[in-house]
Ligand binder design. Structure first.
Ligand code: F0G
Length: 384
């Protein structure tokens, strides 16, 4: 294949065609197929692993960067918008990137069990990576606030869930104390290996685009992921793999916007339960990263999140979970500030099937129930 030029995600944008449903993207065919061994093996030289690290992987990473002309069109100016759909990781969220690292390093250190606090995705990922390797795991989750899909996964993988009568921030305090006093390895993003794994999403974006984007928009909850993206972009930039670093734009939910308001929120509330966090653990680092990048952390309302959630599904065919839609809600909110011809990536952190109840409650679609099983009844319902 010498001399063959592989298409980048930007070529996909150039070749796109919006069909009459306004959502199909035509991507030029790949010219080679490579086996993807998981992100640790693929990016080993950029990660704190050695030959002695037992790699625990579900072949996570390598998620698609999807051109979204329908979202670009809504911005009302010429620009390129891509969606990094990390909901296509093995457990359906970006947490797998951090968990492959955290569990591999826990195993290397001889840990017998892992523990985490979670709004649902971290616990699902921790359970998947740790359980199947015989590590006991415990996942304190806020009682009654974990989306159904996440709960089902975590139980199915065999984790023990401790539903506490308080929110994520309280659960995180408890698991930190547990890890201080008992032989359990903490796998929340305060574990430095988590962010190391998560930074690979930035590498993948650069590898797909051929350079860093101008803007990166992402939801913010505990503020680890935005920090990890900055680590990744900085590392690639230092090594000459990019000509620039992106401006970072992080979006908290309005009812849980601790960083934006510069105060701890004792009772965070939002429909986007994944980011229902009032005292983000990586607050300081996230804020510093965003400042250096000349970006911003801002808040989006539940109404804006739900609107973006529906727009994504209907105009791009991508079903993400509500928290993920905060990145696109934020982009739409910032439409007047976007420079023409900007290249923008919005991160979609989790899959929509994680939270079927919110989808059903807020899809604004109709089920025609109780229809007679006859041709005429179906045709009539369809308006023929
Ligand atoms: N999007 C989703 C789908 C999430 O699950 C989370 C965090 C975030 C965004 C925010 O990322 O915390 O790094 O700023 N979920 C955590 C959990 C808190 O327990 O699953 P962050």
């Amino acid at each position: 294949m010498t001399g063959a030029v592989l298409p980048t995600a930007r070529d996909a944008f150039r070749y796109f065609r919006v069909d009459f449903f306004n959502m199909v993207t035509v991507i030029p065919p790949r010219t080679t197929q490579e086996y993807w061994p998981g992100l640790i093996q693929h990016y080993a030289k950029w990660l704190p692993v050695t030959d002695k690290t037992p790699i625990v992987t579900l072949c996570e990473g390598n998620t698609p960067l999807i051109a979204a002309p329908a979202i670009a069109e809504r911005l009302g100016k010429p620009c390129e918008v891509y969606l990094k759909f990390d909901g296509l990781n093995p457990t359906g969220s970006f947490k797998d990137r951090g968990m492959t690292m955290a569990v591999s390093k826990a195993k290397e250190a001889g840990a017998a069990a892992v523990i985490c606090a979670s709004t649902g995705n971290t616990s699902a990922a921790a359970a998947a990576y740790a359980c199947s390797r015989g590590h006991a795991r415990l996942c304190p989750d806020p009682d009654g606030y974990v989306a159904l899909g996440k709960l089902a996964q975590t139980l199915m993988y065999g984790a023990e869930i401790i539903a506490i009568r308080d929110n994520f921030d309280c659960a995180l305090t408890l698991v930190r104390q547990m890890a201080d006093h008992y032989p359990v390895s903490l796998v929340n993003s305060v574990n430095r290996f988590r962010l190391e794994g998560q930074k690979t999403a930035a590498f993948e974006i650069v590898d797909a685009l051929g350079d860093a984007p101008d803007w990166l928009c992402t939801p913010v909850g505990n503020a680890g992921n935005i920090t990890a993206y900055w680590m990744g972009f900085c590392q690639y930039h230092q090594q000459g793999k990019t000509s620039k670093r992106p401006r970072l734009f992080g979006f908290e939910a309005e009812g849980a916007a601790a960083i934006v308001r510069d105060q701890v929120i004792t009772h965070p509330e939002t429909i986007a339960t994944a980011i229902r966090i009032g005292n983000p653990a990586s607050w300081v680092r996230a804020k510093a990263s965003v400042q250096v990048s000349q970006g911003a952390i801002d808040a989006v309302s539940d109404a804006e999140i739900l609107e973006a959630y529906r727009v994504l599904a209907r105009s791009t065919g991508i079903f993400c979970e509500p928290a993920s839609a905060a990145s696109v809600a934020g982009l739409l909110k910032y439409r007047d500030q976007i420079p023409s011809h900007a290249c923008i990536v919005c991160v979609l952190t989790g899959h929509g099937l994680k939270d079927p109840q919110t989808a059903i409650d807020h899809c604004q679609a109709q089920i025609h129930a109780g229809i007679d099983p006859t041709l005429s009844a179906v045709a009539q319902t369809m308006g023929f």
